[in-house]
Write a protein that binds this ligand. Structure first.
Ligand SMILES: NC(=O)c1ccc[n+]([C@@H]2O[C@H](COP(=O)([O-])OP(=O)(O)OC[C@H]3O[C@@H](n4cnc5c(N)ncnc54)[C@H](OP(=O)(O)O)[C@@H]3O)[C@@H](O)[C@H]2O)c1
Length: 240
């Protein structure tokens, strides 16, 4: 039997790569990163699509290619690519603000737009947008990053409602997954003192690992999760 196809953005490393490895048993994968050289590992049998999401034209090209090549068969999209530049807003260069808005919010919106077109025609599909605990809690020195992540939650909730109008059999689901502190390149540069502070705030008394998130995504994509829609699933050891 043919495997269902899933797009994972930001699959070169960290959470995206772990999600890809977890899903590779059951699904056929379309993996994205900003460029081919970024991939730390290429999962055998996967398809690769590259685009730098800071560049709006590349995002347009990426969406066109996605629709053209996988428009008949796409089962799900995981909008995982993201970046952060942590600093006080009053010292944040405009180019960093634009990069966070483009990669974390504009690109997922455009990819959701493409996916909604595809899923509307196929009458089924799942979108999972990867947000963050800070999209709800806020976080000093991550104001723009947090704003983009809060945007993704609102996007998912709205699209879940929109999907009900598009799909006759109500089989399009749109969700957000919000990890807490997970050990990847993104968090590697955080000073030990700040890490200790976060650890003190986590009832589970450990940082998350990429497996914690990948396992949840595997479940959320399955038919067992068919009644989970529009909501924001927190994976943060109880942080908020
Ligand atoms: N780690 C955490 O604690 C944590 C917590 C909450 C939420 N998250 C979210 O989880 C997602 C994955 O994070 P991570 O920790 O796995 O980060 P990561 O290890 O830094 O990986 C980020 C991924 O995003 C891609 N990306 C970055 N800039 C891009 C650009 N300009 N164009 C296209 N792709 C780009 C990267 O591709 P390249 O390698 O090509 O740059 C990479 O594949 C992000 O959305 C992040 O906000 C992470």
């Amino acid at each position: 039997m043919e495997k269902k196809k899933i797009l994972i953005t930001g699959a070169s490393k960290g959470l995206g790569l772990a999600i890809a490895k977890k899903l590779s048993v059951d699904y056929e994968l379309i993996l994205h990163a900003s460029k081919l050289e970024s991939f730390r590992e290429i999962i055998p049998g996967s398809h690769i699509l590259c685009a730098d999401f800071t560049d709006n034209e590349q995002v347009t090209g990426f969406c066109k290619q996605l629709k053209k090549e996988y428009g008949q068969s796409l089962y799900a999209v995981i909008n995982n690519a993201g970046l952060t530049y942590d600093k006080p807003l009053n010292f944040q260069p405009e180019r960093e603000i634009d990069a966070m808005l483009n990669v974390n919010l504009r690109a997922p919106i455009m990819i959701c737009k493409t996916a909604m077109k595809i899923f509307g025609l196929l009458n089924r599909g799942v979108i999972i947008n990867i947000s963050s605990v800070v999209g709800e809690s806020g976080n000093a020195f991550q104001s723009v990053y947090a704003a983009t992540k809060a945007g993704l939650t609102a996007l998912s909730r709205s699209l879940a409602q929109e999907a009900a109008a598009l799909s006759d059999n109500h089989s399009i689901r749109v969700l957000t997954v919000s990890p807490g502190f997970v050990e990847t390149d993104m968090t590697a540069g955080i000073p030990d003192k700040i890490k200790e502070k976060y650890l003190g705030m986590i009832p589970a008394k450990r940082f998350g690992n990429v497996e914690d998130v990948a396992e949840a995504i595997l479940f959320l994509l399955s038919d067992k999760a068919s009644y989970i829609n529009g909501t924001n699933i927190h994976i943060n050891g109880g942080l908020i």
